[in-house]
Ligand binder design. Structure first.
Ligand code: NDP
Ligand code: DGY
Length: 328
């Protein structure tokens, strides 16, 4: 008996969770070339690996631009990213070449919202500082004003970008006794009703909020949105949280705001660059909590993301409807 060999080739830029990899390796439609490492594929290897590929499975740390697309050549029909954010993809170049794009909305919303709440509480209630004091012997006694922070009860929370994750954060914060939930963005969202969200101009959100949470996507419009003027409008007692993308924040201006007492504290799950160099000035500040981009990092979520990414890729290869296709 003669079996036809699969003719489609996909390049996978990282060792992804088994749930996704198995789907690809078992698929009769393609052969898989895998950058079999937990570390990012070097640029030269990416350019080599993608040559002639029909499908590309990538991560948010891979910059997929015209150079990569040209290296891939005309075979490339689908790019599937294991992320909901797609700012690492040169969408205009991809569109020009009629390549389809898959991504992973919804499946990571709960995990990312949970982490955002954890980061907000850790920052506002100074948990990393407290843990450090216990370990270093700085805990001498219970003291009335030692390690005091800010609570959510009776507070005003402002969410910039009430999308899937922004709304899921708002839903989780409301039961802490939040009095007002403000949000800003390009237009009012009907789903805001669920959290009694008030659509307000960004300036009002900044002036009135005790907690400012950034949940918007990175785009030319939001790049550098959180700058000197932005922080100047915030309350001096306010806490700033960013779990979207590092480039939404001007980090020099954030450093100034934190050291000048313009705002109380900041919690960041995302930075520029990633990883943030260990000698970065922000890491020396007690009122700045920095996490290594772990918003979606639960075992279950990463497994589901890998599966969805693989299924998007396979559907793109065979010209079927993808479970989650980005509308270009
Ligand atoms: P959504 O697209 O559902 O939400 C993004 C929101 O941003 C939308 O509501 C959008 O509004 C809004 N927005 C766009 N432009 C602006 C603007 N100029 N000002 C304010 N809001 C704006 O995406 P998700 O909620 O699923 O994800 C959001 C982002 O979170 C991702 O793009 C990614 O960068 C980041 N992320 C980070 C993770 C982490 O590990 N830290 C994990 C997952 C995601 P509109 O609908 O009007 O366009
Ligand atoms: C995303 O999906 O965009 C996150 O940053 C990682 O899960």
């Amino acid at each position: 008996m003669h079996f036809a060999q699969p003719v489609l080739r996909v390049f996978v830029t990282r060792r992804i969770p088994q749930e996704g990899l198995e789907l690809l390796q078992r698929a009769a439609v393609c052969t898989v070339s895998l950058w079999d490492s937990d570390e990012p594929v070097p640029r030269a290897e990416l350019l080599k690996g993608v040559e002639g590929a029909h499908g590309l499975l990538c991560l948010l740390s891979d910059r997929i631009d015209a150079e990569v697309l040209d290296a891939a050549g005309p075979n490339l029909k689908v790019i599937s990213t294991m992320s909901v954010g797609f700012d690492h993809l040169a969408i205009d170049e991809i569109k020009k070449r009629s390549i389809r794009v898959g991504y992973t909305p919804d499946v990571l919303t709960d995990a990312t919202a949970e982490l955002t709440v954890a980061l907000l509480l850790a920052t506002a209630r100074r948990l990393p500082e407290g843990i450090q004091e216990v370990k270093s012997g700085g805990w001498s006694s219970w003291k009335p004003l030692w390690l005091c922070g800010y609570g959510l009860s009776g507070s005003t929370v402002g969410v910039i970008g009430l999308g899937r994750i922004g709304l899921a954060v708002a839903r989780r914060l409301k039961p802490f006794g939040v009095k007002r939930l403000l949000y800003s963005g390009r237009q009012p969202k009907p789903q805001a009703q669920e959290v009694d969200g008030e659509y307000v101009p960004l300036d009002s959100l900044l002036c009135e909020s005790d907690f400012v949470v950034v949940s918007c996507a990175l785009s030319p419009e939001t790049q550098g949105l959180c700058d000197k003027a932005f922080f100047t409008k915030m309350k001096t007692t306010a806490v700033f949280i960013n779990t979207s993308r590092g480039a939404v924040v001007n980090q020099e201006d954030l450093y100034e705001a934190l050291t000048a007492g313009q705002i109380a504290a900041a919690g960041l799950d995302v930075t520029t660059p990633e990883p943030l160099p260990t000698d970065h000035p922000l890491l020396a500040l007690k009122n700045c909590v920095v996490l290594p981009h772990i918003g979606s990092a639960t075992y279950s979520t990463r497994g589901i993301m890998a599966k969805l990414t693989a299924n998007n890729l396979l559907a793109g290869l065979t010209g079927e409807a993808m479970p989650s296709e980005l509308k270009l």
